[in-house]
Ligand binder design. Structure first.
Ligand SMILES: [Zn+2]
Length: 276
């Protein structure tokens, strides 16, 4: 009997590690885009554009999806949107941009051409118009070397498209999508002056975006548009507002729990001590 018990335990462990008890295997869409299931109906969309860039797809009911941020380009966004249309009957998607950089909204052009509503703050279109060209100039040194040439070329040529459904940044936004309540919140300036977080209340799922660093991050990353003094205080406000969040998704790198917020605060405060 003991042997049988051991085999049962081994089988359960095997199935769990194979993802049978979780949300499933990653789905590759071409060489640069993959979907990583986080839980039932939630996919992390990772676009390799030099480094990995996260957006988040959440199924709120049979047909309705909320997509927070987009891959960096229209082409990568098309791959994910086509997967949605192949996989689900008549999917209805709304997009929420969490900032004005291309890793937040580089796919808006494609989504708008497909009739997807793109929500963004009223500050975001102005920042695209007034700051994006300068941001590209500042960010290009992060894309050094021959391997990154294609990304540099895209960055230089890319015309960003603003969201078409605007809300006042400081007021935020609440969307009811099926049974899910989706809250868009601005805690103050951070990695950019328009970065917001998005909280799925029913799922206790927080998309922190570029404001939140992965546990593996040892530096704040690109700080060319950041408010370094306000940033840690803004993340503290997010931590205080969503103490029940179970899943926290950063803009780049691996998702986790509330420890990502504490890690981000610590990392930024340390950085500010060393760079007063
Ligand atoms: Zn980013």
């Amino acid at each position: 009997m003991k042997g049988v018990t051991v085999w049962w335990i081994a089988l359960v462990v095997l199935l769990a590690s194979a993802g049978w008890c979780g949300a499933g295997e990653p789905i590759a869409l071409g060489d640069e885009v993959r979907l990583e299931p986080i839980e039932e109906g939630v996919w992390l969309v990772v676009h390799q554009f030099a480094g990995g860039n996260n957006s988040l797809l959440v199924r709120c009911d049979e047909q309705r999806f909320v997509w927070v941020d987009t891959p960096c380009t229209d082409e990568a966004t098309r791959l994910v949107h086509e997967w949605l249309e192949r996989t689900f009957a008549d999917p209805n998607v709304v997009e929420i941009n969490t900032g004005f950089h291309n890793d937040n909204l580089g796919g808006n052009g494609y989504l708008l051409s497909r009739g997807v509503l793109c929500y963004g703050s009223d500050v975001t279109p102005r920042l695209i118009a007034e700051c994006w060209t300068e941001t590209v100039r500042k960010v290009l040194p992060y894309f050094e070397g021959e391997a990154n040439k294609k990304y540099r070329d895209i960055l230089i040529r890319q015309k960003l498209v603003a969201p078409n459904r605007l809300y006042p940044l400081t007021e935020g936004l609440v969307l009811k999508v099926g049974p899910e309540t989706v809250e868009v919140h601005f805690p103050g300036p951070s990695h950019t002056v328009d970065n917001v977080v998005v909280y799925f209340r029913g799922r206790r799922l927080l998309f922190g975006g570029c404001m939140v660093k992965a546990l593996a991050s040892r530096t704040p990353g690109f700080t060319g548009d950041a408010d370094m003094v306000a940033w840690p205080a803004s993340v503290r406000k997010v931590l205080a507002r969503y103490p029940d969040a179970c899943i926290v998704v950063p803009g780049h790198g691996r998702w986790g729990g509330l420890s990502l917020l504490r890690h981000t605060i610590g990392l930024l405060e340390e950085y500010n001590r060393l760079h007063p």
